[in-house]
Write a protein that binds this ligand. Structure first.
Ligand code: GDP
Ligand code: CA
Length: 320
């Protein structure tokens, strides 16, 4: 079975670990979000690609959900001693090596997709990880700062430095309109048996991937079941600040509203948590087959069970 997954960082990566356990024989292609990418200290950092790679490759900091295990921060401290920032972005010493290798390869002329493949040669994530695009796309957030100044900030600055403390007024995937899907993306979608949206952020993770021209259309036209899992449980994101970016696009932070936001033109099936069982009817009224099952990725077994439910719902859709 060929499965395509559109993934952000933590939510996507943890789900993928469950999917691999649930379907060890499956051929999984992950289309990764690169809208969070940022240049720091002259280096290209791809937080979501790295979270997927480290999580599946066994190098992740488990508690944090991002960054390397057994990390130290000497380089960051030395940079700070020189007064060189930003100091709000946590880059550890081990992590730095990844960004150095990536930047060196990009500067030598390799596209990001080839660089990602090379990095994965080391980590062996057990999936094919492709960035959504080789072109630069950067998610910016329009905000009004506390002093009344209106500004567009990089998504990382909004999320990490400002901790989403001011309302997001607009989310703009800068460069998306001119970007092209990376080599292999459209082919993977066209060749998929099932397409899954993990419980990743619907706006700044899955939404950004869908903003690359051609990807949304390819999914809608693939003619295979498309099933998603809600990142919103009990009217709040399980972790993070997805409610802030949902508000910016006019979508309430509920499992049903997120399903409606994707819409029946894209989604065939949607899983909500058992605490949201009351919304199943609303989702089905929108033309999306819906089931309520436990959706908390507390451990590998629970996550694998979620993946099995998603695949079962896909089969139901296929047979309907
Ligand atoms: P990010 O790029 O690191 O923010 O990661 P993603 O976009 O892939 O996933 C973020 C989303 O994962 C958040 O909106 C969370 O609500 C969701 N999430 C995290 N843990 C869980 C969980 O255990 N269950 C569900 N249903 N969603 C989760
Ligand atoms: Ca992210």
């Amino acid at each position: 079975m060929r499965i395509v997954v559109l993934a952000g960082g933590i939510g996507g990566a943890r789900f993928l670990r469950g999917l691999k356990a649930a379907a060890p024989e499956a051929d999984v292609t992950v289309i990764g979000n690169t809208g969070d990418d940022i240049h720091l200290f002259g280096l290209k950092v791809c937080p979501d690609l790295d979270t997927v790679m480290y999580t599946l490759g066994g190098g992740i900091n488990e508690e944090q959900g991002w960054g390397r295990a057994d990390e130290t921060f000497h380089v960051k401290e030395e940079l700070n001693a020189y007064g060189v920032g930003p100091d709000w972005f946590g880059l550890g010493d081990r992590d730095f090596a990844t960004h150095i290798v990536r930047t060196q390869m990009l500067e030598a002329g390799y596209p990001l997709s080839a660089v990602t493949e090379a990095l994965c040669d080391r980590w062996k994530p057990g999936v094919r990880l492709i960035p959504m695009s080789d072109d630069r796309v950067e998610t910016h957030v329009a905000v009004t700062l506390e002093d009344g100044e209106r500004r567009a900030v990089h998504f990382q600055e909004y999320w990490v430095r400002l901790r989403a403390s001011v309302p997001a007024e607009a989310i703009v995937p800068v460069g998306a309109e001119q970007s092209k899907p990376a080599p292999g993306v459209l082919e993977a979608i066209a060749g998929a048996d099932v397409i899954l949206f993990p419980p990743s952020n619907p706006v700044v993770s899955v939404g950004t991937i869908l903003a690359v021209p051609g990807i949304r259309e390819a999914i809608a036209e693939a003619g295979v079941p498309v099933v998603g899992l809600s990142p919103i449980v009990g009217d709040a994101p399980v972790r993070g600040m997805a409610d802030k970016v949902l508000a910016a696009v006019g979508v309430e932070a509920t499992a049903a509203a997120v399903a409606e936001h994707y819409g029946s033109g894209l989604l065939d099936g949607w899983l909500v948590d058992t605490v949201d069982a009351g919304t199943v009817e609303r989702v089905e009224a929108a033309g999306i087959r819906c089931r309520a099952v436990p959706l908390m990725m507390t451990d590998l077994d629970a996550t694998a069970a979620m993946a099995r439910e998603a695949l079962a719902l896909a089969e139901e859709v296929r047979e309907a």
